[in-house]
Design a protein around this ligand. Structure first.
Ligand code: HMG
Length: 387
């Protein structure tokens, strides 16, 4: 039985910062951000968008086409949690009006959270072939105004429906995982922003990629040349570019060109959105699917990385007719609808996001009609509304 991705949805908030403006404000050469880091724009979430509302919005884009009676599992990977106890997925389940019988919980291991959810969901469907599962990654990357990580911020969510006989990507059994207790990036309970040893984090990422990719090829008896594309967790585009360069070293010109071209296509959305932590790898997949042209049965390799650290490599095959399941124009409009904000406006929004919402102070949203938003807390209970 084939198990994999049948639907995929994406949401990013309606404001962005241009990296040339940010570089100018920080006294950096714009090419450092555009070329050295590889980022063009970053989405900015104001106080009315959080991991929950973005996760609802990403799933809304396909939920009408889902038989909700079949959904047995709803998992949410996030490191931008809104509560220390209650799962973010319960708010999402309520907004989507899923059945009370759905098993639902939140998963945390930095950016690895959505992959953990996908692997769990695949096992669940193999055991319950008549059921489907929704897995969401949703995050706001925050490093701080003026920090080295500032250029690698972003906000957004990707949601997938997994089921038997999927119509987009069939996920192969088998994976290679590698974990170690390291301090490359973390966010203590008393800090709204991430702490990071930036240069060390890049080394750990590449080390875990090299290990898991080599182990996976040995396990599955695959060569680099068997892959049509490799997609990566993209904290910033240059990071994945470096891993991809390691992967294609020693390959012939045809293989190098194919994997380089497809890396370019898979990084298009991230370059314009920024790091969305748990969902970043799946934004790379969406970008490849919508910007590229893939033959059915093309083998796609996935490198998932979560600081702390956990790395995993797995693969999937493109299903014939996958294009019919995509909505590239909707996602194009999603990016185009964003309003460019000035650095002063961005700094105001950022500083506001560091302050906890005041109870019984209700928030409005300047989003388009139909989108959900965080409307403030009532008796310390979070309220979500649809515009
Ligand atoms: P930095 O230290 O300010 O930048 O911040 P740099 O000095 O390393 O320069 C970056 C690149 O720009 C270099 O290229 C420069 O040469 C180049 P490289 O040597 O890397 O190829 N450069 C220029 N290029 C063209 N024209 C110029 C120019 N000037 C310089 N004029 C750093 C970079 C990544 C450290 C910082 O942004 C940061 O700390 N980011 C956050 C951490 C991060 O994203 N780490 C990635 C791996 S960890 C991960 O992926 C997990 C994560 O997503 C979290 C999770 O799992 O939850 C982060």
């Amino acid at each position: 039985m084939q198990v994999g991705i049948d639907q995929i949805g994406f949401y990013t908030p309606n404001k962005y910062v241009d990296m040339v403006d940010l570089a100018t404000a920080r006294g950096e050469d714009p090419n450092k951000y555009l070329i050295g880091i590889g980022q063009k724009r970053m989405s900015v979430a104001d106080s009315s968008q959080d991991a929950v509302s973005m996760g609802i919005n990403a799933t809304l884009s396909y939920i009408d086409q889902v038989d909700c009676d079949q959904v047995g599992l709803l998992l949410m990977g996030t490191e931008s949690g809104v509560d220390q106890s209650k799962s973010a997925s319960l708010f999402v389940k309520s907004a989507l009006k899923l059945r009370p019988e759905v098993r639902t919980f939140e998963i945390k291991e930095a950016c690895f959270g959505m992959t953990a959810g996908i692997m769990t969901a695949c096992d669940y469907i193999r055991a319950h072939p008549d059921r489907s599962a929704i897995v969401i990654g949703s995050d706001i990357a925050k490093y701080g105004v003026g920090s080295a990580g500032e250029v690698t911020q972003g906000a957004g969510s990707v949601s997938v429906l997994l089921k038997a006989n999927p119509r987009i990507l069939s996920i192969n059994s088998g994976y290679s995982a590698y974990s170690a207790d390291v301090n490359d990036f973390w966010r203590p309970n008393n800090s709204p922003i991430a702490l990071v040893d930036g240069k060390y984090s890049k080394e750990v990422y590449l080390d875990f990629f090299t290990r898991t990719f080599a182990a996976y090829q040995r396990q599955m008896n695959y060569q680099v040349s068997d892959f049509a594309a490799l997609v990566y967790h993209l904290p910033f585009v240059k990071m994945g570019y470096k891993a991809n360069q390691l992967a294609i070293a020693n390959q012939n010109e045809i293989v190098q060109k194919r994997l380089e071209q497809n890396f370019g296509l898979s990084s298009y959305y991230s370059r314009n959105v920024g790091n969305i932590y748990t969902a970043s790898l799946y934004l790379s997949l969406l970008s490849l699917l919508e910007q590229g042209k893939l033959n059915s049965d093309s083998l796609i390799g996935f490198f998932s990385y979560g600081s702390g650290a956990m790395g995993e490599f797995y693969s999937g095959k493109i299903v014939s007719g996958y294009e019919k399941m995509l909505t590239p124009n909707t996602n194009k409009q999603m990016l185009a609808r964003r309003k460019k904000i000035s650095i002063t406006e961005y700094e105001q929004i950022f500083n506001q996001s560091l302050v906890l919402p005041q109870d019984n102070h209700f928030l409005d949203s300047d989003e388009e009609n139909g989108y959900w938003y965080f409307a403030g807390t009532n008796q310390h209970i979070r309220q979500y509304k649809q515009k």
